[in-house]
Design a protein around this ligand. Structure first.
Ligand code: NAP
Ligand code: ZN
Ligand code: ZN
Length: 348
C-alpha cells in the first residue's frame, strides 16, 4: 500500500515528504492509522547518521499511537476502532532465550526495530512512525489504557519504557536515593517514575531554567551539574543514577556520586566514546551499566502502570512540517519535554 511519510534521504538533508510502501495485513497483523508520534533524540541521531549505521532513506518515529483500521483474521486482541500503540520493536525470532525471557530487544536472532530494521515482509528496511499508517504483528502491538491522553501517552512507547525498565531493574523505590541526569524526553519520565516508585529523586540538569519544572515533575532535589559545589555535596550518596544525556559529558562526575555498590546506568547514547576513570569504579566498588528500551511485556506493564497512576508525558504538539525546526530545538535542550507530531498534518 502506498503510504505518505516523512524521511531523511541523507545525513545532511532535512526531512521531507516521501512515499513508502506498507504491506497488506497478514492474518496476524494489525493495521494502525497513526494519530500521534513522539520525537525521540534517537530519531535525530538516525536522521543525521550520528551512530554510523543509518540506511537511507530513513523514516524515523518509534513512539506511535493510533487507531486500528483493519485486522488479519487470526488477530484476537484488537478490532477496528481500538486504540493501539507501537514502540521501538516490531518483530523478533520469538524462540531464543532472550525472546522467551520477554527481552525481545536483546533477541539473539536480531530484534526487528521499528525503523532502520530489516523488513522481513517486503525486504529493505522498516519505516517508522513519521507516516500515516503502519502494519504490525499483533504480538508487537500494545494496548493503550483508557483515560490516558493519546498525544501525551505516545512518548511512553520509548521515553517511558526506557526509563521505567532500568528503574524497576535497579529497584528504585522507598529508601533509595536515585539520580536522573538530563531533563529531556527520557529524563522527565525518569523523574516521574522514580518519584512514583517512592525513591528519593534527584534531578541533574545543565539548564538553570529547568529547576522549577524538575521539582514540579517530582524531583525532591535539583542539582545544577555545572556547579561543582552542588555536585560535591552529593558525593558517595546515590544507590543509582540513570543517565539520559545525548551528547558528550563527564561520566566520572556521576560515578563519584555513587555509594558502595551503587550503579550508574546509561541510557543516553552520545555518538562518541565517553572516558571512564577506573579509580572511580574501584573506590569504593561501583557499577557501570547500560539499558536498552524494554521488552513487550514490560512495555505493556509500564503502560498499565501509567493508566493506573494517570502518568503521561509533558508534550508540545507540532505538525510534521515543523520536524526540522523541532530537531534544532531538541539539540538546544529547548523542549518541554517531548515533541509529539499530530500526524493528521501529514494528510493535510
Ligand atoms: P532529549 O530530549 O534531547 O534530552 C537530552 C537531555 O540531555 C537534554 O534535555 C539535556 O538536559 C541533556 N543534555 C543535552 N546535551 C547535554 C550536554 N552536552 N551535556 C549535558 N547534558 C546534556 O533526548 P531524549 O530523547 O531524552 O534522548 C536522550 C538520549 O537517550 C539520546 O542519546 C537517545 O538516543 C537515547 N535513547 C536511548 C534509549 C535506550 O534504549 N537506551 C532509548 C531512547 C533514547 P538538561 O537541559 O536538563 O541538562
Ligand atoms: Zn526512542
Ligand atoms: Zn529471539
Amino acid at each position: 500500500m502506498p503510504t505518505r511519510a516523512f524521511a531523511a534521504t541523507s545525513p545532511t538533508s532535512p526531512l521531507g515528504p516521501h512515499a513508502i510502501e506498507r504491506r497488506e495485513p497478514t492474518p496476524g497483523d494489525v493495521e494502525i492509522e497513526i494519530l500521534y508520534c513522539g520525537v525521540c533524540h534517537t530519531d535525530l541521531h538516525f536522521a543525521r547518521d550520528e551512530w554510523g549505521f543509518t540506511s537511507f532513506p530513513v523514516v524515523p518515529g518509534h513512539e506511535i499511537l493510533g487507531r486500528v483500521t483493519r485486522v488479519g483474521e487470526a488477530v484476537t486482541r484488537f478490532s477496528p476502532g481500538d486504540p493501539a500503540a507501537v514502540g521501538c520493536l516490531v518483530d523478533s525470532c520469538r524462540t531464543c532465550a532472550s525472546c522467551k525471557a520477554d527481552q525481545e530487544q536483546f533477541c539473539l536472532g536480531g530484534a526487528v526495530f521499528t525503523y532502520n530494521g530489516e523488513d522481513k515482509h517486503l525486504g529493505g528496511m522498516t519505516y517508522g512512525g513519521y507516516s500515516e499508517k503502519i502494519v504490525v504483528d499483533e504480538a508487537f502491538t500494545l494496548k493503550v489504557p483508557a483515560g490516558l491522553d493519546p498525544a501525551g501517552a505516545a512518548p511512553l512507547l520509548c521515553a517511558g519504557i526506557t526509563t521505567y525498565s532500568p528503574l524497576r531493574r535497579w529497584n528504585a523505590g522507598p529508601g533509595k536515593k536515585v539520580g536522573i541526569v538530563g531533563l529531556g524526553g527520557l529524563g522527565h519520565m525518569g523523574v516521574k517514575f522514580a518519584r512514583a516508585f517512592g525513591a528519593h529523586t534527584v534531578l541533574f540538569t545543565t539548564s538553570e531554567g529547568k529547576v522549577a519544572d524538575g521539582k514540579r515533575l517530582g524531583a525532591d532535589e535539583v542539582v545544577i551539574s555545572k556547579d561543582e559545589a552542588q555536585m560535591e555535596a552529593h558525593a558517595g550518596s546515590f544507590d543509582m543514577i540513570l543517565d539520559t544525556v545525548s551528547a558528550d559529558h563527564d561520566l566520572n562526575a556521576y560515578l563519584n556520586l555513587l555509594k558502595l555498590d551503587g550503579s550508574l546506568v546509561l541510557v543516553g547514547a552520545p555518538p562518541n566514546p565517553q572516558p571512564v576513570s577506573v579509580f572511580g569504579l574501584f573506590m569504593p566498588r561501583r557499577h557501570l551499566s547500560g539499558s536498552l528500551i524494554g521488552g513487550i511485556a514490560e512495555t505493556q506493564e509500564m503502560l498499565d502502570f501509567c493508566g493506573e497512576h494517570g502518568i503521561v508525558c509533558e508534550i508540545e504538539q507540532i505538525r510534521i512540517q515543523q520536524i526540522n525546526e523541532a530537531y534544532e530545538r531538541m539539540l538546544r535542550s529547548d523542549v518541554k519535554y517531548r515533541f509529539v507530531i499530530d500526524m493528521a498534518s501529514i494528510r493535510a
